[in-house]
Ligand binder design. Structure first.
Ligand code: PXP
Length: 382
């Protein structure tokens, strides 16, 4: 069942994204049989189609009322089927068709020369990004921010199993240098961050503490005891050097949903660390996650430019899809002072989680400078 209020809301957002003067569009949602009738009657074509647009701002009577843009007819039946085929929700598909219809009303066309079709495609992309930005402005979203992972400070300390260097002090320095969040991964094997670190970080972090953790009973209990404002669920293997892949949310939907619900009861926002895979992103939304952190490790480790470009494109689509589904989006793993630059303009990503490259640079230039340099790069992304 399609909620007409939702459609009205999306239409208002499209109007706003067009930055167009006030106008009136009449929108008709029909099933295939009726659509086929319109298609035959007005375009002389056989069978149903997904969207038809009848502009009123061109032709002989366009002067009569310039506020009337025209009519858009959408077949919800075809939209539903196309949504299924492309793995998106019906409402997402309807949003796409609405934008398409509005563009026709504005005089765009894709049936003429290829350059015109391209122009229409570019404009559609622009409208979609503008809609995302407007949504963010409305919800008070701001520049992307940096959260610093302090595990690597603890790794150095644990090499000697003494008291220094202390990730708690590092977290304070990172915050003073402009980090807007601190991340610590309490692994089951306690190879770097210790329980004591987490307890102290909960008391001392002034920005936002994000506990990275496996969905393991012992660690869930710890999270429920400490209650950081946010947790990120990651897969964890004992033999790995660092987190290797994203969570298989789709394969563990039931148990992860329970974990998310338990963490929500403890008033924690829940982020899931996933590959930029549409199925994993959709499953994350379905089980009630608040945020997805897209795994950038594969992109960071690309063997050549072509592969990097391909993997980056996947991240872009993943970020856009997650944002469309109403999830907040962050990204992390393997990001450094060079490969972060490609994220320029990718407005869907609100936060970057970075550890190793910052701590590595800190060895040469100090933690304060290393964090400041990364904050500058992140804030310049849009
Ligand atoms: N995000 C997640 C989920 C991680 O597991 C890690 C590594 O601990 C990071 C971000 C940070 O990755 P890096 O240390 O490579 O910057």
């Amino acid at each position: 069942m399609i909620d007409p209020e939702k459609i009205r809301k999306i239409s208002r957002q499209i109007f706003k994204a067009f930055e167009a003067p006030e106008g009136e569009v009449s929108l008709l949602l029909v099933e295939d049989r009726e659509m086929a009738r319109y298609n035959r009657q007005y375009l002389g074509r056989k069978g149903p189609t997904n969207v038809l647009a009848f502009p009123m701002r061109e032709g002989p009577f366009s002067e009569i009322n310039p506020f009337l843009w025209g009519d858009v007819v959408i077949s919800t039946e075809t939209a539903r089927q196309e949504a299924r085929e492309t793995g998106i929700s019906t409402i997402e598909r309807i949003q796409f068709l609405l934008i398409h219809g509005f563009l026709h009303l504005m005089g765009y066309d894709h049936e003429g020369p290829e350059s015109e079709a391209r122009k229409m495609e570019v404009k559609a992309q622009e409208i979609m990004s503008r809609m995302e930005s407007l949504k963010k402005e409305e919800t008070g979203m701001k520049l992307p921010c940096l959260s610093v992972n302090v595990d690597h400070v603890a790794t150095v300390r644990q090499a000697r199993k003494i008291a220094e260097p202390d990730p708690v002090i590092a977290a304070g320095i990172a915050e003073l240098a402009g980090a807007e969040g601190i991340i610590a991964h309490l692994r089951e094997d306690r190879r770097h961050i210790q329980d004591r670190d987490l307890l102290l970080l909960k008391e001392t972090v002034k920005t936002k503490l994000n506990l990275e953790m496996a969905a393991a009973e012992e660690i869930i209990r710890m999270a429920l005891k400490v209650r950081p404002p946010m947790v990120t669920l990651v897969p964890e293997k004992r033999q790995e050097l660092t987190t290797e892949g994203g969570l298989d949310v789709r394969g563990q939907k039931k148990s992860l949903k329970e974990t998310v619900q338990r963490l929500h009861k403890g008033k924690m926002a829940v982020s899931l660390f996933v590959d930029a895979d549409p199925e994993q992103i959709r499953a994350s939304q379905e089980i009630g996650a608040d945020i997805v952190e897209l795994h950038t490790g594969h992109y960071a480790e690309a063997k050549n430019e072509k592969e990097a470009e391909h993997l980056f494109d996947r991240l872009v689509s993943g970020a856009q899809m997650a944002a469309r589904l109403g999830l907040k989006v962050s990204a992390g793993h393997g990001l450094n002072y060079t490969n972060i630059k490609r994220f320029q303009g990718l407005r869907e990503i609100e936060e970057y989680s970075i550890g190793h490259s910052i701590i590595a640079r800190a060895i040469y230039v100090g933690l304060d400078s290393a964090v400041r340099d990364m904050v500058t790069l992140v804030e310049q992304l849009y």
